[in-house]
Design a protein around this ligand. Sequence first.
Ligand code: BES
Ligand code: ZN
Length: 456
Amino acid sequence: MPDLTAYIDGQISRFQKELCDFLRIPSISTNPSHAGEVRKCAEWVASHLHAAGIEKSEVIETDGHPIVLGEHRISEDAPTVLVYGHYDVQPSEPDDLWTSPPFEPTVRDGRLFARGSVDDKGQVHMHLKAIEARLASNVDMPVNLKLVIEGEEEVGSKHLGAFLDKNAERLACDAVLISDTGMFSPDLPCITTGLRGIVYTEINVYGPASDLHSGSYGGAVVNPANALATILDGLKDDRGQATVPGYYDSVRPMTERERADLIRLPMDEETLRETVGAVALGGEEGFSALERMWYRPTLDVNGLLSGFTDEGSKTVLPSQAMAKVSMRLVPDQDPDQVVEAFEKRVHELAPEGVTVEVKRFHGGAPWVADTTHPIFDAASKALERGFGAPPAFIREGGSIPIVQVFEVVFDAPALLIGFALPGSNMHAPNEWLDLSVYRKGIEALANLYGGLAAGL
Ligand code: BES
Ligand code: ZN
C-alpha cells in the first residue's frame, strides 16, 4: 500500500477533476425549480462516498431535500467521528458579475472558481478524499466514521434536526467534525470555536390598494416605501446599536482569554477594508472589526423592494414595500425571544396609514465551543503537523445552526476546521477555493484521524 503523501500526490489531478463534476451540478436549495438538480447532487455524493471506500452510503428522503448518510465501521472499540457538511449552494445571481460561469468550474492563478467551490462542496470533497486516501494508504483508519451531508444548510437546515433526533442511536458519535468555515491565511490553519446564531425576517408594508399617480395623490396618502424607511431607520440608533428592547441584555461579555486570543491574531482593518472594497469600515461604536463580526449581534437589511426600479423614471406612489431583515446573534441571545421583541418594535415604529406584517423565516441559536475538551489539543497538534504552524482559535460571524443541535443531541464536541480564505466570495460572484489549501487540507484531514483517536 502506498504512503499517504504519495497516494495524494498520485491522485490529486483526478481529485480536482472529480470536484469539478461535483461543482457542475447547480444544487441551489432555495429555488424549488432546482429540486431535481439538488437530488442529482445527493446521488452524486452517495455514489462518491462509496467510491471513496466508505462501506455504506444512502440517500435519505425528507420533506425537503435529501440527506446523504455514510457509515464505515472499523471496530466496536474505536471511537466514532461524524463528519457533517452540505452539498447545497446559494443562488449564483447576479450571473453577469462572474468572470467565468458559476457552474463551469474554472482555474485561474491557483484558484478554482465556481459556486460552492468553498461553501461547501470543496470542503466536503476534501473530507471524502482524506478518507479515501487514509483507507487506501498504509496508515490505518483508527476511528469509525459516519457522514451526514445535507442539502438544506443554506436554507436553515429545516429537516435535519428532526432527522438527527429520530436517528440519534444510529448516528451516535464521540465527536462531530465540520469544515464549513474559514482560515486566516494559507499557512495559518484555524479552529473555529464560536458561531453566531441568526433570525431571518421579512417586513411587508401595505399602503393604498394599488399603485397611484404620485402627482394626483402624493402628499395625501402615506407612502409605504417612506414608511418602511422610517421603520428601518428606527431599528438602529446613531451609535450603531439595535433599538429592539432587551436586545443586548443576554449578550455574554468577552472573557480576558478571548480578548487576548483576539489581539494576537494577524488582523489589519485596512486590509479588511480593501478586501471588501468599501470606502470605510463601520459598525457599533466602541468595538473593533473582529469584535463586531464575532462577539456582537447585528441587525441588517438583506434586501429591499418597492416601487419603480427599472431604468429611467416613473412617477408612482407604490402600494407596497418589502424588506428582508436578519439579525446575527451571539451567546446567550435566544432567537425566539429576539424575534418576538423585534416584531413588537417594528409595529411600534410603523407610522399610521399603513399596515405592517412581519414574516419569520429560519432561525438558529449561536454556538460556542468548550475548548477544554482534549479533542482541541489533539486537533491542534495534528493541524500543526499538516500546516507547519499551530492553528489559531478563532470565532466566525456566520451561522451553521445545526452545530448547536449536534452537540445537544449527541453530547459530543463539534470540531470546526475550515478552509475558506479571506475574500473567497462565499455567497457572492466569483467564489473560489485555493487549490494549494485544498491539497494541504486533504493531507492534514487524513492525518487528523490519528490525532482524534488519541483525543477521544
Ligand atoms: N459556510 C457558511 C457559514 C459561515 C459563513 C461560516 C461565514 C463562517 C463564515 C454556511 O454555509 C452559511 O452560509 N450559513 C448560513 C446559515 C443561514 C442560512 C441559516 C449563513 O450564515 O448565512
Ligand atoms: Zn453558505
